[in-house]
Design a binder for this molecule. Structure first.
Ligand code: PGA
Length: 243
């Protein structure tokens, strides 16, 4: 199978100048047909990215679990939709780790995104200690069950991002990633029936152009969520070319 969705995650990086330079470089990039390519950006750049790159799917990296109201500092899914955002990552391991996000909160955010017409990219993944103790499948299964409670399977993407592979340069091997993706897909069918088969499952964690082809050749890997390598248009284009 080949990749159908590739999203960049700029995390807390970038500036207007960098986004403009990226957009300029991106103009010459051929995106294969049937592949959705997107960038999940810090809030201030979401609207601008859509204006600069009309063919790019534009996403954010978080949204509030609340619809609106007295929640200082929060950004609602409705606001994101209002500035042209169509996608949002929720439950990234950095949100879970540094902001104490629970599976229940992640599920509430995913539901909120869906209510406002956004597609949530729900992130899951085990730590190194959990993998080394052989708990990785159980941990990821629990995260999926908890984070997808009440979530509509027809407008949903899942990203498997082992914490030990994020930002470390240590990509999961194609075998490790494929084995987990197989488990995740079986679980999605158990949870949602036929609709579960249609959910794209992306791999994330030190995806680089050199390893993308091997990952995308796996039956159960439907694309990638790319951190560091998405900041540079040429390396992100290299990953897209492998789709
Ligand atoms: P990385 O990040 O590609 O820099 O490892 C991936 C992610 O956190 O989404």
């Amino acid at each position: 199978m080949s990749a159908s969705k590739i999203f960049g995650n700029w995390k807390m990086h970038g500036s207007t100048t960098e986004l403009q330079a990226f957009a300029e470089a991106w103009r010459d990039v051929d995106v294969p047909e049937n592949v959705t390519v997107g960038l999940c950006l810090p809030f201030p750049y979401v609207g601008l990215a859509g204006q600069l790159m009309p063919t790019m799917a534009v996403g954010a990296q978080d949204c509030s679990a609340q619809e609106s109201g007295a929640y200082t500092g929060e950004v609602s899914a409705a606001m994101l939709a209002d500035v042209g955002c169509g996608w949002v990552t929720v439950g990234h391991s950095e949100r879970r780790q540094y902001h104490g996000e629970t599976d229940a909160l992640v599920a509430a955010k995913a539901q909120q995104a869906q209510r406002n017409g956004l597609t949530p990219i729900v992130c899951v993944g085990e730590s190194l200690a959990q993998r080394e103790s052989g708990e990785h499948i159980a941990v990821v299964s629990e995260q999926i069950k908890g984070s997808l409670t009440g979530v509509d399977p027809s407008n949903l993407v899942v990203a498997y991002e082992p914490v030990w592979a994020i930002g470390t340069g240590v990509t999961a091997t194609a075998e490790q990633a494929e084995a987990m993706h197989r488990e995740i897909k079986q679980l999605l069918v158990a949870l949602f029936g036929e609709a579960g088969k249609e959910i794209s499952v992306l791999y994330g964690g030190s995806v680089k152009p050199e390893v993308a082809g091997e990952l995308f050749a796996c039956d159960n890997i439907d694309g990638a969520l790319v951190g560091g390598a998405s900041l540079d248009a040429a390396s992100f284009a290299g990953i897209v070319a492998a789709a």
